[in-house]
Design a binder for this molecule. Structure first.
Ligand code: NAP
Length: 365
């Protein structure tokens, strides 16, 4: 266990200037990451925590079964957990809610004027909700105007993709942008933290691999990248044209979704060095704007023959970089590679923080 190095005085001085935020689903796997990452965030300050009736009314320290490798911040521990639906003082609301309740609750807060930055699947494919990866489709924020008009106020929802989708979309974005993709096949090996705390029992997962993940995991991975890499045409999203086939597996790692990807390029002409260069040099608005959670280099290329590996590579750039390796020709399609994403950081809470930082930088908060 490691303690954070922030001095209390410095933290207090900054705290008064930071934007107060609420976290919905704060007791869960993603919610705890939010609490951890917000402790030293330079722009945002954890002000309110919200969870189910089981947790409401208790202190966060009592209600959350804290499982992260850093100490639970004392300021967060003392917060009283509010019930879902409670009036909030914060306008910026992060959501790590279970999908059974996220859809309605996020709509409700957005309709009350909040900016809801969500991890849940419920609104990702809505016609006026950005499914945002700031390095790829910052221009999709254009949909917010339309959404605000529909809601009749200033509130809106922005979502981040499924945790595997983020790793996949980041790894293929430079390939799609420079060379074009015709079709791809991906097989995931997903960590147990992706199932939430109550997700998979140790008896089910130890000494085992489970070739199924519920909640439409494969469908999400097959559809979300097409929206992300597609266009915002001022009044609608147009999906990228390539097709995806996904097979998912739950494996006994704690954090870090690993995936093998084979893909066919639109125009053939495989040049592995050029593809590798396009990945390494991939950089976009979060890097230009120097957003606090943005990785300096969004895609790391691991040249070793046996990398990336979850335990060794998931924490690159504080868990915000995607690592790709084993780029080589594919005898069936054109190329194949391995990609790794930290599922609760770049794939969830860290992604949402980066989304909110982009919203702030664009004057949308
Ligand atoms: P989790 O560990 O099961 O946490 C769920 C959270 O939702 C808890 O805070 C829980 O509060 C709250 N909740 C459940 N039922 C509720 C209700 N009826 N009313 C109010 N609050 C309720 O799940 P998770 O893994 O953090 O996932 C959260 C969301 O993020 C899901 O939609 C998931 O699909 C998505 N996501 C997860 C990951 C990942 O890697 N884990 C990645 C990307 C996206 P209590 O503790 O009070 O029950």
């Amino acid at each position: 266990m490691t303690e954070t190095l922030t001095s209390p005085l410095a933290a207090d001085a900054r705290a008064s200037e930071r934007i107060p935020v609420a976290v919905l689903g704060a007791t869960g796997s993603v919610g705890q990451r939010f609490v951890q990452l917000l402790e030293a965030h330079p722009w945002f300050r954890l002000h309110e925590v919200v969870a189910s009736e089981r947790s409401a009314g208790r202190s966060y320290g009592d209600a959350a079964d804290w499982r992260l490798e850093t100490l639970l911040p004392a300021s967060a521990s003392a917060l009283e957990v509010k019930p879902l639906g409670a009036q909030l003082e914060s306008r910026l609301v992060f959501s790590g809610l279970d999908s059974s309740v996220a859809g309605e609750a996020e709509d409700d807060y957005a309709n009350r004027g909040c900016v809801v930055v969500s991890n849940s699947r419920n609104h990702r494919m809505d016609a006026d909700v950005p499914l945002l990866i700031p390095e790829i489709n910052a221009d999709h924020l254009g949909a917010i105007d339309l959404q605000r008009r529909r809601r009749g106020g200033n509130g809106y929802i922005v979502t981040n993709p499924n945790c595997s989708t983020i790793g996949l979309a980041m790894a293929i974005a430079p390939v799609e942008r420079v060379f074009g993709i015709d079709q791809l096949h991906v097989t995931t090996m997903q960590a147990i933290s992706g199932a939430g705390y109550a997700g998979v029992s140790s008896y089910a997962i130890l000494d085992n691999v489970i070739p199924f993940i519920g909640g439409g995991e494969e469908e999400k991975i097959e559809t979300e990248p097409r929206k992300i890499l597609g266009r915002w045409d001022n009044d609608r999203f147009t999906d990228a044209p390539f097709r995806i086939s996904a097979q998912v597996n739950r494996v006994p790692t704690i954090d870090g979704h690993l995936m093998t990807i084979s893909l066919k390029l639109r125009d053939g002409g495989v040049d592995l060095d050029a593809i590798r260069d396009a990945m390494i040099n991939f950089s976009a608005e979060p890097q230009r704007l120097n957003l606090p959670s943005a990785p300096k280099q969004p895609i790391h290329y691991a040249p070793e023959p046996d990398r990336p590996q979850p335990r060794l590579d998931r924490d690159r750039e504080h868990g915000m970089a995607v690592t790709v390796g084993r780029l080589r020709p594919c005898p069936l399609l054109d190329i194949r590679m391995v990609a790794l994403v930290h599922n609760t950081i770049r794939g969830a809470a860290g992604a949402a923080l980066l989304n909110a930082e982009l919203l702030d930088a664009k004057g949308l908060l």
